[in-house]
Design a protein around this ligand. Sequence first.
Ligand code: ZL4
Ligand code: CA
Ligand code: ZN
Length: 386
Amino acid sequence: NNGIKKPKGYTVSYHANPEMEQMHFGQKHPMKPWRLTLTNKIVMAYGMHEAMDIYIPRAASSQELKDFHRGDYIDFLQRVTPSDNTWDPDSQTYAYNTGDDCPIFDGLYNYCSLYAGASLDAARKLTNHQSNIAINWSGGLHHAKKNEASGFCYINDIVLAILQLLLHHPRVLYIDIDVHHGDGVEQAFWSTDRVMTLSFHKYNRAEFFPGTGALDDTGPINNASAGAHHSLNVPLHDGIEDAQYIKLFEDVVKPCVRQYKPTAIVLQCGADSLGGDRLGCFNVNIKAHGACVAFVKKFNLPLLVLGGGGYTPRNVAKAWAYETSLCIGAEVHPNLPAHTPFLEHFGNEKTLFPKLDFTRYENKNSRVYLESVVMGIMEQLRYLQG
Ligand code: ZL4
Ligand code: CA
Ligand code: ZN
């Protein structure tokens, strides 16, 4: 043990089912469930498990998945096998948008019901008051729609978890720091004022997935709709850096909390917003990514912490392990413990805070641009005063 103790005055729960870590999306597919094994190994090597309640959640039932998803889509996921992968436009795989991004692999349904089960378990621990901060790094799959897969996501565990929170909470704030727009969550709660969605992402309508999430997409145009002004988007350009990202995050999140007064927060911590990510294009370090988690924690509201994207597994694992330590409020030594399994996997960078590759993307975010984004958000929040 590294002297990591249970936090005083609050409980952190960690929801992880190792069964899903073995899954494979297929050769060369960027999504590697194995990054979760790497994360858990680092968390355990530091002894952080001593400071949390650890749960191995059961898979969600098909009935639970149908609380958001359409029945025929769940039945399809339950039934399909890899031999159904086809580009026949008449086939159901086409209708439900499975293919290159969302392949049908062995164990797919098990994988989906496990990560959704973990997010539901985490949400229930919050609503039961058994936990104050509940963590599921296998969740955060924000692109999945009611009746189709999208962007490596099949089941929207975030929507399911928020629906659970809404049974007990009048207002839930959803914050998404994945480099991609959290379109599935935004769409699900577009017409309601009981959830405010806020996504920070790279935005380029024609060139960057999924192409939605412009600054002025803020909810139904009709001001009579409850959802008007409750979908907030922070569109960014390539190469945003630590200091800019942290300031922007705080300048936006603080007034959202002040104006909206959520009673619970869900934070999607997609690690593809880190520098050097295989799919991402930001220049954010692990400490700055973690600073967002630490900032949200300070509001002292029931907090659901989820994973998401992240395609350079060694960096994803370090970021999420570091963010676990921030949730516990434990100081951890920057050097990975010598007994960390797979330590050889990290090459010369046996530290939680490696030098990331910032050579690929030049910073295209000017101070003036970021100020205009903050002003755009403030303008939306002014409508909330009622
Ligand atoms: C791959 O190498 O932009 C999938 C996907 C599979 C292996 C072999 C197939 C090769 C990059 C991506 C052909 C792949 C063609 N393999 C994929 C418009 C696209 C159509 C599909 O972090 N092609 C679609 C989705 C994004 C598109 C990002 C982020 C999820 C999250 C939360 C989802 N889709 C173009 C791409 C590869 C692959 C290599 C890939 N797909 C990169 N970006 C996308 O927000 C978890
Ligand atoms: Ca995002
Ligand atoms: Zn992403």
